[in-house]
Design a protein around this ligand. Structure first.
Ligand code: ADP
Ligand code: MG
Length: 356
């Protein structure tokens, strides 16, 4: 996809955070939360971002919407330079790109009525009369399956699923083109989760929205995404069509995520031993040299500690940043998993969690 067809286009985007190590410490730690990320989202598509907690998914989404500023890189939204926008222009762009956060309990002020909660983005934007605002709020509530009789109620008394519907209505009320969904169902129980994901999908079909959909759960991302990007320590290590990444994955880290995600067929679980990555969980404060995954990678060779592998796409758009597997098209999906499971240095767990 080229920049002229993308709705949102990031090039070389990075973001660090500086934190003081101890209360009175002088040392400053630099956290490389997002490191040189380039990606495109087309109108109407869902790009899923998956990775462990701390891999930089939320920071990437926030930077992409310019809720926080990047240190480096360029962002184009709907053909405009987002980083150059200010004042009224920026407020207008903010209507076109909105957010659904994870926790519907903390993201809704308990003192406000549903009408005020859902209508707030319109008030901030200005330019609509109170009567128009109410019509738009009612329309947004209807879209998420809530009747106008909830307008005067407060969040207390709504279930988690209903609260998330209110959050979604608020994200839709300005008729955005892109919604950043940050772990939108992680706080919900399993049956509610399926309903909310179904609702997000329906809304996309009805309105042509694009989603930047972030989750640590590969199964959830696979269920909703057209394309998937896998993040590790602030970098994208694999990206491609959802089915390709979930079934013909080529990065050892993606293979580990796949092996850890519950099999859709419960009968299949006995055959599925999880790959447990060796070594310490990674720290984005001092990211490893070369390929950031190399200290935990069973396939690592000397070059992996020295040179960061590039993310180069096949003609079908599938890209893998790995010195060992990127060039070898045989090392994909189940064949890659077999190779990793055969590595004597690999730690393997049975589905019950006991080491073999
Ligand atoms: P994820 O959403 O994948 O769990 P985040 O984007 O929240 O990851 O965080 C990536 C890294 O950046 C983590 O190490 C996190 O501690 C750090 N980080 C995120 N936000 C801040 C902040 N405001 N100040 C300092 N460090 C931060
Ligand atoms: Mg997060």
């Amino acid at each position: 996809m080229n920049a002229t067809t993308a709705l949102l286009s990031l090039r070389g985007v990075s973001r660090t955070f500086t934190t003081r190590r101890a209360l009175l410490g002088r040392r400053l730690d630099v956290v490389h939360a997002v490191n040189d990320v380039s990606l495109d989202i087309a109108a109407g598509e869902t790009l899923g971002i998956v990775g462990e907690s701390g891999s930089g998914k939320s920071t990437l989404g926030r930077v992409a919407l310019r809720l926080i500023e990047p240190d480096r890189g360029t962002i184009e939204f709907d053909g405009r330079d987002l980083l150059g926008a200010d004042g009224r222009d920026l407020r207008r762009e903010r209507q076109r790109m909105t957010v659904i956060f994870q926790d519907p309990y903390t993201s809704l002020d308990p003192r406000w009525t549903v009408e005020r909660l859902v209508g707030e983005p319109l008030r901030i934007a200005g330019g609509t009369s109170p009567a128009d605002q109410r019509d738009r709020v009612v329309e947004a509530l209807r879209r998420v399956g809530l009747e106008p009789d909830v307008l005067t109620r407060r969040p207390r008394g709504f279930s988690g699923g209903q609260r998330q519907r209110i959050v979604i209505a608020r994200a839709l009320v300005t008729r955005p083109k892109l919604v950043f969904c940050d772990e939108p169902v992680s706080a919900l129980d399993v049956s509610t989760r399926a309903r909310v994901l179904g609702l997000l999908r329906e809304l996309q079909v009805e309105t042509g929205l694009a989603y930047l959909f972030v989750s640590h759960d590969l199964g959830v991302v696979e269920a909703v995404s057209d394309r998937i990007a896998v993040m590790y320590l602030g970098s994208i290590v694999e990206v491609g069509g959802a089915e390709t990444v979930a079934q013909r994955y080529g990065h050892p880290y993606t293979a580990a995520l796949v092996s850890a995600s519950p099999a859709p067929d419960p009968l299949d679980r006995g055959a599925k031993r999880r790959i447990v990555l060796r070594g310490d969980p990674p720290s984005p404060i001092t990211p490893p040299s070369g390929c950031a995954f190399h200290p935990r990678c069973p396939l690592a060779q000397p070059v992996c500690a020295v040179r960061k592998p590039p993310l180069r796409a096949d003609p079908d758009g599938h890209a893998v940043a790995c010195h060992r597997t990127a060039e070898d098209r045989r090392l994909r999906g189940a064949d890659l998993l077999d190779l990793l499971r055969g590595e004597p240095t690999m730690n393997l767990l049975t589905p019950e969690g006991t080491p073999t």
